[in-house]
Design a protein around this ligand. Structure first.
Ligand SMILES: Cc1ncc(COP(=O)(O)O)c(C=O)c1O
Length: 372
C-alpha cells in the first residue's frame, strides 16, 4: 500500500476504533416492520400519487442556460403565492446552504450561527469570506452578547438558525430572533428543512406557525424531507433573488433538476397544503411517544416529530441500533460528525402514516436495550 493510501486507511481505522466508521448499506425496507429513519414525515410515498405528465428526465444544462423549464416558473410562482415573497429554487438543501451565504456575505461582514446548525450551513459559512462566530444552541442571550461586542465592526451581519433542529428535534424561537435582528439591524436566515410540510396550517413551516413569515429575510426549505422529493427553495426579497441569480455559484454552475422533479414538487406542494389533519395527528403521536419515553426515564428531548434518544458513546449507540434492527425497527446510529462528540444517539423520526399501535412498544424495547 502506498504511503498516501495508508494515510487514508489509518484515518478509517481510527474511525472504526471509536465506533464512528460509516459504510453504505443495502437496506431492504420490506424486511422491517417500522421505518423510524425516513424523512418522509407526511407519508407521501404511501399516498400513491400519480406522477405528473412532464417531458424530460434530464434537463440538459444549468438554469442559466436551457435548463430553466416552464415547470420552474410554475413552481416558483406557487411558492411565491403561498409564502407571499419571491422564491428561487435550487437542486437541494445542500446546494442552497453552501451557495446563499458565500454569495451574500463577504469580507467585512459577520455571520452568527447556532452551534448545532446543519453541516451544509457550516460548509456555506466556511465558503464565504465573512467572519463568523457560533452562539450556544438556542441561547439568544449569548447571541446578543456577541452582537453587543461585534456588531459595530461589521457592515452586514447575518443570524443563521434552523427552525426545527435536524438531530435534536427542538425548535428556534423565531419571534425572539426577529426581535434581535431588528434591534441590531441584521439579516435573519432560517432553514426550515425539517419543518416544511409538518408545521403551520398550510404546512409552510415554523415561520407560518409562529406567524412571522414576512419578517424573515432569507427563508430556506427543502423538498427532500416531508415532501419526499428533491430540491430546495429560498423565499426572499426580489433584489436578493436577482443578486443570487448572478452570484450564487451552486445555482449557476450545476445542471438543473429535471422538469419531472420540478413538476412533481409542484404537485406535492399543493397536496401538502391540504394535509392539516395529518400534521395534527403527527404532532399528537410525537408528543405521546416523547411522554412515554420520559416516563421510563429515557433521555430524550425536542418538540417535534424528530425524537432523539441520547446515548453518548458511539459504539454503544451502534450496538443498540443493530439490536433494534434485529427486532424489526429500521433505525441507524447518529454519530459524530453529524452530532457533537460524545452525543451519539438514536433519532426516531415519526411519520403521519404511523399509528400509536405501531409505536406503543418502543419505549419498553428501548429501555431494555439501553440497560442490557
Ligand atoms: C437542516 C438541513 N438543511 C439542509 C439539509 C440538506 O438538504 P438536502 O438533503 O436537500 O440537500 C439538511 C439535510 O439533512 C438539513 O437537515
Amino acid at each position: 500500500m502506498s504511503d498516501i493510501l495508508k494515510s487514508y486507511q489509518d484515518e478509517l481505522d481510527k474511525l472504526s476504533q471509536t465506533g464512528n466508521l460509516r459504510s453504505l448499506k443495502q437496506i431492504d425496507e420490506k424486511k422491517f416492520k417500522l421505518n423510524l429513519s425516513t424523512n418522509d414525515y407526511m407519508g407521501i410515498a404511501k399516498l400513491g400519487l400519480s406522477v405528473p405528465e412532464e417531458k424530460g428526465m434530464g434537463s440538459g444544462s444549468s438554469r442559466l442556460l436551457t435548463g430553466n423549464f416552464i415547470a420552474y416558473k410554475q413552481l416558483e410562482d406557487e411558492l411565491e403565492n403561498q409564502f407571499g415573497s419571491p422564491a428561487l429554487f435550487f437542486n437541494s438543501g445542500y446546494h442552497a446552504n453552501i451557495g446563499i451565504l458565500p454569495a451574500l456575505a463577504s469580507k467585512g461582514d459577520l455571520i452568527l450561527s447556532d452551534k448545532l446548525n446543519h453541516a451544509s450551513i457550516i460548509d456555506g459559512i466556511k465558503l464565504s469570506d465573512a467572519d463568523y462566530h457560533r452562539y450556544k444552541h438556542l441561547d439568544y442571550a449569548h447571541l446578543e452578547r456577541l452582537l453587543e461586542k461585534y456588531r459595530s465592526n461589521y457592515k452586514r451581519v447575518f443570524i443563521v438558525s434552523e427552525s426545527i433542529f435536524s438531530m435534536d428535534g427542538d425548535i428556534a424561537d423565531l419571534l425572539k430572533l426577529i426581535q434581535i435582528k431588528k434591534k441590531y439591524e441584521c439579516l435573519l436566515y432560517i432553514d426550515e428543512a425539517h419543518a416544511l410540510g409538518t408545521r403551520g396550517e398550510k404546512g409552510l413551516g415554523i415561520a407560518e406557525e409562529q406567524n412571522c413569515l414576512s419578517q424573515i429575510d432569507l427563508l430556506v426549505g427543502t423538498f427532500g424531507k416531508a415532501m419526499n422529493s428533491v430540491g430546495a427553495y429560498l423565499i426572499c426579497n426580489a433584489i436578493v433573488k436577482d443578486y443570487l441569480i448572478n452570484k450564487m455559484r451552486s445555482l449557476i454552475f450545476t445542471t438543473a433538476l429535471p422538469p419531472i422533479s420540478i413538476a412533481w414538487n409542484l404537485q406535492i406542494l399543493k397536496q401538502s397544503r391540504c394535509m392539516q389533519q395529518e400534521r395534527e395527528h403527527l404532532q399528537r403521536l410525537s408528543n405521546q411517544l416523547r411522554t412515554a419515553l420520559q416516563k421510563l426515564g429515557i433521555e430524550t428531548g425536542g418538540d417535534s416529530n424528530i425524537i432523539p434518544i441520547m446515548i453518548g458513546d458511539s459504539e454503544h449507540c451502534k450496538q443498540v441500533a443493530e439490536q433494534m434492527q434485529k427486532l424489526g425497527y429500521l433505525i441507524f446510529p447518529i454519530r459524530p460528525p453529524s452530532v457533537p462528540p460524545n452525543t451519539a444517539r438514536l433519532r426516531l423520526s415519526l411519520s403521519a402514516d404511523m399509528k400509536w399501535a405501531d409505536l406503543k412498544e418502543l419505549p419498553e424495547v428501548i429501555k431494555n436495550l439501553l440497560s442490557s
